[in-house]
Design a binder for this molecule. Structure first.
Ligand SMILES: Nc1ncnc2c1ncn2[C@@H]1O[C@H](COP(=O)(O)OP(=O)(O)O)[C@@H](O)[C@H]1O
Ligand SMILES: [Mg+2]
Length: 372
């Protein structure tokens, strides 16, 4: 099968910016991992996305675009176009050198139990502006077929783990707004699911209290005291004991924290420490429902920049080794963007993106919509 040169674009539930990555792949094996890029969102742009997520929570049909969402969708498309244009310019590449762009879009609602998953992003408009074929709307077919629509990157994680040649089982953990794990065991099926919150609750709490977008380097959490009773209350939620498949909306756990966790009266430090411990403990619970304990965990996503979260994770997962993606030669920041480049090529070839053991879809299923 000839190799395609693909660009992947990811704007995750943290809506911090667009990650860009180029890979070469035939849709099965990964050839070259190319350059990566990032187009951060400005504060006003994040405000637009925050309002879109608030309005998106009330959608009952996935194609509805009330004014706020229509405007946000145009902005999302423009910001992704800028991200690709800057990336091509920085790497001296003409658009004609790229086979396909995988455009995830910005999730504003993820309620698979209601048959709804909504990613803002106009694929045809992006394809027209760039002059490159675009694959978008990756999750819709899976949810329409009864799957969770998430996590959708595990087939890529498995291809990456194959390149490492290390003892199985290996767990790949992505710490975005939400955390998801992929369990790769040479023998068994691919197993994947969302473990719980990663950064979303920490970001929301810190922003509300201080106006800062995140607990930079986990400093506040490092200075605080974990309220173990609050951690136990949140972890008692049935989501954590539920066997996979399972996935989460970034805001699904907001009320667990305010109402059940009783975090509203905490100092910034104690609140951040407790929320960080909740994210780490949720991964610990995920480890317990995997078929075998992973020998090693490879961790990617913005959460790897939070040493307090990484320390708490290592404590919860001991004696397994916990390494960052960077430590094994991967890109912690661009792993998901690389995944959408890979998934776009798989989509062009009609290969499955999701599986009964990753999203619960009844049979392996391809996905994505093509715009030329
Ligand atoms: N220096 C840092 N200190 C603490 N947290 C960070 C830092 N850099 C990034 N993060 C966290 O990572 C998040 C972005 O991670 P990312 O993997 O892009 O998530 P998503 O896929 O949801 O967009 C930020 O919102 C923030 O919570
Ligand atoms: Mg991000």
């Amino acid at each position: 099968m000839p190799r395609a040169t693909a660009i992947g674009l990811m704007s995750g539930t943290s809506y911090d910016g667009v990650d860009v990555a180029l890979i070469e792949t035939d849709g099965q094996d990964i050839g070259r991992l190319g350059p990566t890029g990032y187009r951060p969102y400005a504060d006003q742009e994040r405000d637009v996305l925050r309002r879109a997520i608030a309005v998106g929570a009330h959608l009952t049909r996935r194609d509805d675009r009330p004014k706020v969402l229509a405007e946000a969708e145009e902005l999302v498309t423009d910001m992704h176009a800028e991200a690709v244009e800057a990336f091509l310019a920085a790497n001296g590449m003409p658009p004609s050198a790229v086979t396909v762009v995988g455009f995830h879009g910005q999730t504003v609602l993820h309620r698979p139990e209601r048959g709804l998953t909504v990613q803002l992003g106009n694929g045809p408009a992006l394809a027209a502006r760039l002059g490159i074929p675009v694959v978008y709307d990756f999750r819709a077919a899976d949810v329409a077929a009864g799957g969770q629509g998430a996590p959708i990157v595990p087939v890529f994680h498995r291809a990456m783990v194959r390149l490492l040649k290390r003892p199985h089982p290996v767990a790949v953990l992505n710490l975005g707004g939400v955390a998801n794990v992929t369990f790769v065991d040479g023998a068994a099926d691919l197993i994947a699911f969302d473990t719980g919150p990663a950064n979303a609750l920490i970001d929301d709490f810190v922003r509300t209290r201080t106006g800062q977008p995140q607990d930079d380097k986990g400093r506040a959490a490092a200075a605080g005291k974990v309220d173990e009773a609050a951690v136990a209350r949140v972890l008692a939620h049935p989501f954590f004991a539920k066997p996979p498949p399972k996935s989460l909306d970034r805001n699904a756990f907001r009320h667990w924290v305010t109402e059940e966790g009783g975090l509203t009266a905490k100092s910034i430090e104690d609140g951040a420490a407790t929320l960080t411990a909740i994210s780490a403990a949720a991964v610990g619970r995920a480890a317990a429902i995997l078929p075998h304990p992973p020998a090693s965990w490879i961790v990617a996503g913005g959460g790897t920049r939070n040493p307090t979260l990484m320390r708490m994770l290592a404590e919860r997962l001991a004696p397994a080794s916990v390494e960052t993606a960077g430590a094994v030669g991967w890109s912690a920041d661009a792993l998901e963007a690389q995944a959408f480049a890979y998934l776009a090529v798989r989509s062009l070839k009609g290969l499955p993106l999701t599986f009964p053991t990753t999203t619960g879809v009844p049979r392996p299923l391809t996905g994505g919509v093509q715009a030329r």
